[in-house]
Each structure stands twice: as structure tokens, then as C-alpha cells.
Write a new protein. Structure first.
Length: 438
């Protein structure tokens, strides 16, 4: 075992005096790595990550210490090792820059005899989504404002793992007529439409909306109540009008109204006249008098469809509904593959993991993978020995996570049973009977 130099011992004393000083601890980790003490360097980097979870320097240093390449954009310059007095440092040729990302398949082939496989049964990989399917809990609302429009993306329904029934319904009721404008004109079908997606949070409604835009080759525009609501009288209605005008200028465009229950709540329950006027403006814009909405496809999402004003679901507005349920088995496998793709794992039996995660939403599955990573990281920190994430970590995390969809189903059950006017919730009732939740 290598003996620590006086410099490292001094640095340890300084870190002990200031344990929350992340740069000081990372400097100690660099010195340890330079002396070939990789495990000690990983332990220090792990503690630094506990104090600063988003520190890219700590993350990159830990990956170097574990022998994993950092992404090209984050690859730090190596710290030259100080040559010892008794022997000159040899000249080391500069290594070529590593490719962006990490080729797990090539790495597994190179170390197949020494390192166990990442997954128990490799098999043909399921189609993984380009982004987490937990769009509502993990979607991509982020930094876009009401006036920003995304160009046609490459994400399509093929990138949505599983959920074949939802894809078929979207194709039959929404996409097929939009893809065939000539037939639409022949049968008098306007190139406009509205679809209301509802279901428990975190199940991918936002991601599906982006996939629909990709299928149509249309621009994508996401709008929430924060983009529209204004404290000054008349500004909210003006903002709503500008949102639709922007979508019309960008046609063909998918206009996604997120949390539409906030934008179009039941007017009968409103005490404030300003919000009532905003809902009236939304209804007017959806009508698109004179064919103004030609080429504008309105998709809306809500967790509480029973709070949406009934006028929004009138024919010609959001006249079609789609229930988005927790991901099925193929979808759960795709989501788990996506969230484990860049993590150091070994011998993961995805089939078993899929079985024990039934009823979990996409957001729950993302949280499961994060929790399993924390288990392995903390264990490596305590023992000082770096190890991979294994099935024990994943199964342990799965036992601790309760489906976040349960409270939603508890509320939806009563509505579906006692307020199912017009059969809007027939599909939800069928699902509840199938899952024996009635």
C-alpha cells in the first residue's frame, strides 16, 4: 500500500478543519489520484458530491478515479504529476480525446472475462425514448416562454416505449386525418383539431405531445398559465390571443396547453371576473373564426379533467380525449434502460425489475434509478471501495417507493363512478375494473 506524502497528510488536516470546503477537498482528491490512490480519491470526491451534488468537477474527477471517461465537453486537463527527485518522469504521449458518450457495448466486449455484464439477459434492446417518458414529472417545460416555438423535432411515437394502445388511438383519431390533407379536403375535414389528454401525473403526456409534433413534422409550442396570466386587467386575454397568433404564424404547429385545468377552469366556480374573461378568450381562440386555426393542432393535458370547463370539450374544440395511464411493461423497460444507460451497473435483470415496478409512473421510475445510485454511492463512500449499482440496490429502492399515481386514482375513482356524464370516463372505469381498484 502506498504511503501518503507529507503534502497529502497536510491537506487531510486542512480538509478536516473545513469539511464543507468542496474545492479544498477536490484538491486533496487530485493529489491522491496523482499518487495512484484511486479508491481514496473516489471517497473524497463522493463526499464533495454530497456537499455539492451538481458540481461537475467533482463528478468528472470521480469518473476519472473509477476509470470511466468523462464526456468530451467536461474532460478536464490532466494535472501533471510532479517527478520524483530520484527518477525523471517519463514522456507520455498525449492520449486522443475520448468520443462523446460511452460505448457500453464495446467496453463489455473488451472486459467480458473480468467484468460481469450490465444486464442479465441482453436480448434486443427496447426502443428507448430520447427523453424521460416522465414528461409531466419530468417533462421538458423548463425555460421556454409563451412566445418561443421549437422547430420540428426528431422525436416521434416510435421513441415512446410501449403504450401501443395509446399510439393506435392517436393514429386513428388524430394523426391519420392530419397526415392526409387531400382526403381531408375531399371529405370536408378541416386541418385543425383538438385533443385532451388526462391521467395521473408523471406518465408522459408532455412527451407524447412532442412525439405528435414530430409525427406531423410540425413546430411545437408549450404554454402554461404562467405564460398567460397577468395582474393587469385585459393583459391575460391579450396574452392568450398572442399565443394563438404565434402558433398560426408558425403553422403547421402543435400548440400544447399544459395544465389546461388552470387555463380553462370551470367558470361557474370562479369568483374573479378576470379569470372568467381569460377562459372566454381561450374559447374564442379555439373556435378560430374564419379558418384562422388551419394547421394549428391543439393538444391539452390535465390531471383533473373534471375541473375543466365543459365548453372546452364542445365539438370543434377539445372534442377528443385520451387517457394516459402509467407505463405498461414494455414502456417501463424502455424508461429503466434510458435512466440506467450512463450509470455504472452490473448484472441488472430488467425483466424482474419491470415486474416489481407495476403501477409506477415514469417519474417514479426515474426516482427509483436515482435512489439506487445514491445507495451505491453512499456504500462506496462508507467502505472506501468503489462498486457498481446492482440488483440489490434497485430492488431495495423499488420497495421504498410507493406509486405516486395512487392518490390520483383514489380521486378519479369517485368521479368516474358517480359523475360520468356522456361516458367520458368509460375508459377509466374499464381500467379500474381490470386492476380491481373499484
Amino acid at each position: 500500500m502506498s504511503t501518503e506524502s507529507p503534502l497529502i497528510q497536510s491537506m487531510r488536516t486542512a480538509v478536516a478543519a473545513a469539511p464543507t470546503d468542496v474545492p479544498l477537498r477536490l484538491h486533496l482528491a487530485e493529489l491522491l489520484l496523482g499518487e495512484g490512490l484511486s479508491e481514496a480519491a473516489v471517497a473524497e470526491a463522493a463526499v464533495a458530491l454530497q456537499h455539492a451534488p451538481g458540481d461537475m468537477g467533482a463528478r468528472t474527477l470521480m469518473m476519472r478515479a473509477m476509470g470511466l471517461p468523462a464526456p468530451a465537453a467536461e474532460q478536464p486537463e490532466p494535472t501533471p504529476e510532479k517527478p520524483r527527485a530520484q527518477e525523471p518522469a517519463p514522456e507520455v504521449p498525449a492520449a486522443p480525446a475520448p468520443p462523446t458518450g460511452f460505448d457500453w457495448a464495446a467496453a463489455e466486449n473488451e472486459v467480458a472475462d473480468a467484468v460481469p455484464p450490465r444486464f442479465v439477459t441482453p436480448g434486443p434492446a427496447s426502443t428507448a425514448p430520447e427523453a424521460p417518458l416522465a414528461a409531466d414529472g419530468g417533462g421538458d417545460p423548463g425555460d421556454a416562454t409563451a412566445w418561443e416555438v421549437d422547430t420540428p423535432g426528431t422525436v416521434t411515437l416510435a421513441d415512446v416505449g410501449g403504450m401501443e394502445e395509446i399510439k393506435e388511438r392517436l393514429e386513428a383519431a388524430f394523426l391519420a386525418p392530419m397526415r392526409n390533407p387531400e382526403l381531408g379536403r375531399l371529405y370536408g375535414k378541416s386541418l385543425r383539431g383538438g385533443l385532451l389528454m388526462y391521467g395521473p401525473p408523471g406518465c408522459g403526456k408532455t412527451f407524447i405531445a412532442r412525439a405528435v409534433a414530430g409525427e406531423l413534422g410540425a413546430s411545437f409550442m408549450s404554454v402554461s398559465i404562467n405564460d398567460v396570466l397577468d395582474m393587469w386587467m385585459g393583459n391575460s386575454e391579450r396574452n392568450m390571443h398572442e399565443v394563438f397568433e404565434t402558433a398560426r404564424r408558425q403553422a403547421p404547429c402543435v400548440l400544447f396547453l399544459d395544465e389546461v385545468d388552470a387555463l380553462g377552469a370551470k367558470r361557474s366556480r370562479m369568483q374573479h371576473g378576470g379569470m372568467r374573461n381569460t377562459v372566454n378568450q381561450l374559447l374564442t381562440e379555439l373556435d378560430g373564426v374564419g379558418g384562422a386555426n388551419e394547421g394549428v393542432f391543439v393538444l391539452a393535458a390535465t390531471n383533473v379533467p373534471w375541473d375543466v370547463d365543459i365548453a372546452l370539450r364542445r365539438p370543434g374544440r377539445l372534442d377528443r380525449t385520451l387517457l394516459v395511464l402509467p407505463p405498461d411493461a414494455p414502456a417501463r423497460e424502455a424508461i429503466l434502460r434510458y435512466h440506467l444507460r450512463d450509470r455504472p451497473i452490473e448484472s441488472v435483470d430488467l425483466g424482474k425489475l419491470v415486474k416489481v415496478t407495476e403501477d409506477l409512473s415514469g417519474a417514479d421510475l426515474a426516482h427509483l434509478c436515482e435512489s439506487a445510485s445514491e445507495r451505491a454511492l453512499l456504500d462506496s463512500t462508507r467502505t472506501g471501495v468503489v462498486r457498481m449499482i446492482n440488483m440489490k440496490d434497485l430492488l431495495g429502492a423499488a420497495k421504498e417507493i410507493r406509486p405516486s399515481t395512487d392518490p390520483w386514482f383514489a380521486s378519479a375513482r369517485n368521479v368516474a363512478m358517480f359523475a360520468n356524464e356522456g361516458g367520458m370516463y368509460d375508459e377509466l372505469l374499464a381500467y379500474l375494473k381490470r386492476k380491481r381498484k373499484l
